[in-house]
Design a protein around this ligand. Structure first.
Ligand code: SF4
Length: 268
């Protein structure tokens, strides 16, 4: 018989973004914290590669990954925000599409959330819940796990990195304003229909009298017209990075150092 007056046990939660660090953390903790609950806050605008990777992870972890959806769509919140595209400064998307669904999922339960910030990046900040019943732990920092270790964890599991790594360095919405110009070009090639949708949002924004663009300084039409130039610059940058001494596994999987301006909720 269960004691109805016994306090509810603390919940252990790990949020997956489809990014390499949270995925590696889930693999790393799978057998250490058997009561772990996994969740994925799906913005409704995720890359197909991310969704596919979450499915693979679910099989690997042997437990369901709860899919959390915002009560309303991105389009709804876009209208609510006067058709103003989210930007790094006016970032209404992460609280609405990621944080709020997470907080509703936790409710008033006491919970520990496990965050994949690594030992080589303790300075990183991001959107985390500020609710008093939710506290955070950073096992990679506690155990000195660095970027090369994360790649090793993913490789050893057999999962490797998500497929979007072939052309993009982070998970998150297909239209995310944090992506580089060459990643926009990659989106136009890999997922032309999503690129067109992103263009339509930009147009929508313009019709509302705003001149802001997803990518600084040019709209997506102009950006994709410069695809060759953008690709050439990105290749040059990669060459420069390759010339820098790196650890072996990082050579294999490439760099994601530009993630610093991103967000640990969406990309970790
Ligand atoms: S991935 Fe980018 S666009 Fe999507 S919620 Fe996160 S910050 Fe916003």
């Amino acid at each position: 018989m269960t004691d109805q007056h016994a306090p509810k046990p603390v919940r252990h939660l790990l949020g997956l973004s489809g990014g390499k660090d949270s995925s590696a953390l889930a693999i790393y903790l799978r057998d250490k914290i058997p009561e772990m609950e996994y969740f994925f806050a799906d913005t409704g605008a995720e890359l197909p590669e991310t969704l596919e990777y979450i499915d693979l992870l679910e099989d690997y972890l042997g437990k369901p990954i709860a899919r959390l959806n915002a009560a309303k769509s991105f389009e709804y919140y876009l209208k609510l925000n006067g058709n103003f595209l989210p930007t790094a400064r006016t970032r209404w998307c992460t609280p609405e599409l990621k944080i709020r669904p997470f907080e509703q999922y936790v409710g008033d339960d006491q919970a520990i959330t496990y965050v994949g910030i690594r030992a080589d990046e303790p300075h990183r900040k991001g959107y985390l819940s500020t609710k008093p019943n939710i506290s955070a732990r950073y096992p990679f920092i506690e155990d000195g796990i660095k970027k090369e270790d994360v790649f090793e964890i993913l490789k050893s599991s057999g999962l490797g990195v998500p497929k979007y790594y072939e052309w993009r360095s982070r998970s998150g919405c297909y239209f995310c304003f944090f992506q580089r110009k060459d990643e926009w070009v990659g989106l136009s090639e890999k997922h032309p229909e999503l690129f067109e949708k992103a263009k339509a949002y930009e147009q929508f924004h313009r019709e509302a009298g705003r001149d802001h663009t997803w990518s600084p300084g040019e709209d997506l039409e102009e950006l994709v017209a410069r695809a060759d130039d953008i690709r050439a610059k990105a290749a040059l940058q990669q060459e420069k990075e390759a010339a820098r001494p790196k650890k072996k596994l990082l050579d294999q999987f490439g760099s994601d150092d530009d993630l610093d301006e991103g967000c640990l909720v969406c990309f970790k």
